[in-house]
Design a protein around this ligand. Structure first.
Ligand code: HEC
Length: 139
């Protein structure tokens, strides 16, 4: 009888090993399936995103982001904090004096923008940074 018990236990152990192996496999595959840019490239490390590759266009890439997140509070009629945005001249002014990137990257010493909203995603930040670093062109 003790032998039969041993054989049964060995069979049970085999099953447990197989189950462990299979769960290890599924966890490994799941780990490989992480393709969320924001998790892979935390804010601060510039993410390789399509919009920030090559020369970034002010009109096509930068304005849509700013329009969506900033112009509502910063325009000629309502210049929150004395900051006017919405034209190339005004946007370039805060781009070159460092306030644009300072505020959207939540850098120390600047008011975090968009005020009361979530930080831009890493791709939007990278796109604006690339435009500024490229000379904040009117393109
Ligand atoms: C809900 C309204 C609101 C939105 C949206 C908003 N701002 Fe502001 N912003 C303000 C106010 C109010 C101030 C004045 C400073 C303060 O209250 O923090 C300000 C200040 C600033 C300043 C000056 C910051 C400094 O430290 O000198 C900059 C630059 C700025 N905003 C840029 C932006 C940009 C870029 C966006 C879009 C990403 C944006 N803001 C979105 C309300 C807003």
């Amino acid at each position: 009888m003790p032998e039969l018990l041993t054989i049964k236990m060995q069979q049970a152990m085999k099953k447990i090993k197989i189950i462990l192996f299979l769960s290890f496999l599924s966890v490994s595959f799941y780990a490989c399936y992480y393709d969320k840019a924001d998790l892979l490239y935390p804010v601060g490390i510039s993410a390789p995103c399509a919009d920030s590759v090559g020369t970034v266009s002010y009109l096509q890439k930068v304005v849509p982001i700013l329009q969506n997140q900033c112009y509502g509070c910063h325009n000629a009629a309502s210049a929150s904090g004395g900051i006017v945005m919405g034209t190339y001249a005004t946007d370039k002014a805060i781009a070159t004096n460092g306030k644009l990137y300072g505020s959207i990257s939540f850098a120390a010493g600047f008011s975090a923008m968009p005020k009361g909203g979530a930080k831009m995603n890493s791709c939007q930040l990278a796109t604006i940074k690339k435009w500024i670093d490229g000379g904040a062109l009117n393109n």
